[in-house]
Design a protein around this ligand. Structure first.
Ligand code: NAD
Ligand code: UGA
Length: 447
């Protein structure tokens, strides 16, 4: 049993603390947010993540997991400290490292024995060296420590499964001994362990997120072409995915990527490239394609409704993806604001994110369920792919709407079934064969 400290009890920190304690370690998790810590002590989760509450409660009951706001208590007898604080976008798109710097200083001021300082936050290349400098300078008396980069690759909504079954563990350090010690903590996860230098480990994280974001922008561009040429992007993606070099995942076309990670990480990587004089054309295009998705769906709505002024639109799903309450950079926020600016009234429903959404979507009326959302609206727009939306009584939804216009921003329904049900249905990238034939003929004739 190892003694581990986790700094930050957000999506990454709380999952890390709960999972490491479940693996039999003694874990103490710290946050500067007193409300979060007080809530956790009462058994209340600060975030929604499937399975997390049960995991936390089980390990607290077993005496392996506890919470504190005191760095002194948190670092007592600890061998490892994981930094899991936020690294939001700064004003120019760079990662803002103020929370990382504050955590590093507090660690330095409160450590009493040699310590491995492990950075799990997503941080710009070079941050590990900088954290080492901060710790060295802030220590009242010199005590040995080692900095290791251990980027996290979990996804919200399936965070526990991702943590427990990683594709790989990446460790970067100037000290092979320290990296090996951290590797020991991860052996039980039975995933390949990549041990490298600090900067390379930090870059692996950004390059991974940027690559996944690129896949999403790529398939969204393909979706636009499919739509005009009469092909179905869902089937195109499935057909591509059988090729192991391409893979099946991250080829869902729709409203583009949102959330607390891809938007800020692609931006931060482009910023790093720019600073080094690299022309980051691919990353810039990925961002451009992505941000255009949100306006494009509003334009489609405008077209289908013959104007937005005075119309009422129901947003089915608000979170940036299913199985989370995270509203950070959720496409629904921009879509609602654009609709409101065009004179529409916006209603919203989400199975778990409505409390958080209320704070970031001013003027959006929250409905008690999907059926209440549909009552009397001019159109419903599916903004999050929650499972419960896949099994709605769609005839009931259709009958309660003012007009049966349904825009499926996440392609959760079958176009033919929806049209047979009498909906005026739009799915992203799900082309219409008739339009395509005309275009191909025109092309041949044109030659
Ligand atoms: P979060 O905002 O959910 O949580 C961060 C927590 O850190 C908050 O509770 C905050 O109060 C606390 N904090 C801030 N400053 C602190 C300090 N000085 N001392 C102690 N606690 C402090 O953030 P998150 O989503 O968990 O992300 C954390 C990091 O992990 C980011 O760098 C992010 O890019 C990265 N990451 C996130 C995910 C994800 O799915 N959310 C996945 C992989 C990596
Ligand atoms: C993402 C990565 O998947 C994680 O590996 C990484 O650890 C994390 O970022 C991070 O660095 O913080 P997450 O943001 O939780 O995880 O969610 P994803 O499932 O990756 O989805 C991100 C966004 O892309 C969502 O808005 C989702 O709707 C969108 N998406 C995803 C698509 O539009 N199409 C897809 O095919 C996949």
């Amino acid at each position: 049993m190892r003694k581990i400290t986790v700094i930050g009890v957000g999506y990454v920190g709380l999952v890390t603390a709960a999972c490491f304690s479940d693996l039999g370690n003694q874990v103490i998790a710290l946050d500067v947010d007193e409300n979060r810590v007080a809530g956790l002590k009462r058994g209340e989760m600060p975030i929604y993540e499937p399975g997390l509450e049960e995991l936390v409660k089980r390990n607290v009951a077993a005496g392996r997991l506890s919470f504190t706001t005191s760095y002194k208590d948190a670092l007592q007898d600890s061998e490892f400290v994981f930094i899991c604080v936020g690294t939001p976008s700064g004003s120019d798109g760079e990662a803002d490292l103020k929370y990382v710097a504050a955590a590093a200083r507090s660690i330095a001021q409160n450590m009493t024995a040699p310590l491995v300082v492990i950075n799990k936050s997503t941080v710009p290349v070079g941050t590990g060296d900088w954290v080492a400098e901060i710790v060295r300078e802030a220590q009242p008396t010199p005590i040995e420590f080692w900095v290791v980069s251990c980027p996290e690759f979990l996804r919200e909504g399936v965070a526990i499964a991702d943590f427990m079954n990683p594709h790989r563990t990446v460790l970067g350090s100037t000290s092979r001994e320290a990296a090996d010690k951290v590797a020991q903590l991860h052996l039980t996860l039975r995933a390949p362990i990549v041990i490298t230098d600090l900067r390379t480990a930090e870059m692996i994280k950004y390059a991974s997120n940027a690559f996944l974001a690129t896949k999403i922008s790529f398939i969204n561009e393909i979706a636009d072409i499919c739509e005009r040429l009469g092909a179905d992007v869902k089937e195109v993606a499935a057909g591509m995915g059988f090729d192991a070099r391409i893979g099946k995942q991250f080829l869902e076309a729709g409203l583009g990527y949102g959330g607390s990670c891809f938007p800020k990480d692609v931006k931060a990587l482009a910023f790093m490239g720019d600073e080094m004089g690299v022309d980051t054309r691919i990353l810039n295009s990925v961002m451009e394609v992505n941000s255009a998705r949100r306006n494009a769906i509003v334009q489609k709505l405008d077209e289908m409704l013959g104007g937005l002024q005075g119309k009422t639109i129901g947003l089915l799903g608000l979170a940036f993806k299913a199985n989370t309450d995270d509203m950070r950079d959720a496409p629904s926020i921009d879509i609602a604001a654009t609709l409101q600016a065009a004179g529409a009234t916006v209603r919203g429903y989400d199975p778990v994110a409505m409390d958080v959404a209320r704070g970031v979507m001013p003027g959006v009326q929250m409905a008690k369920d999907a059926y209440a959302l549909a009552e009397g609206v001019d159109a419903v727009l599916v903004a999050t792919e929650w499972n419960e939306f896949k099994n709605l009584d769609l005839a009931r939804v259709r009958d309660s709407m003012k007009q049966p216009v349904l825009l499926d921003g996440r392609n959760i329904y079958q176009p033919d079934i929806m049209r047979n049900l009498g909906f005026s249905y739009y799915g992203v990238g799900r082309g219409n064969a008739e339009g395509a034939k005309t275009k191909i003929r025109a092309h041949v004739n044109g030659n």
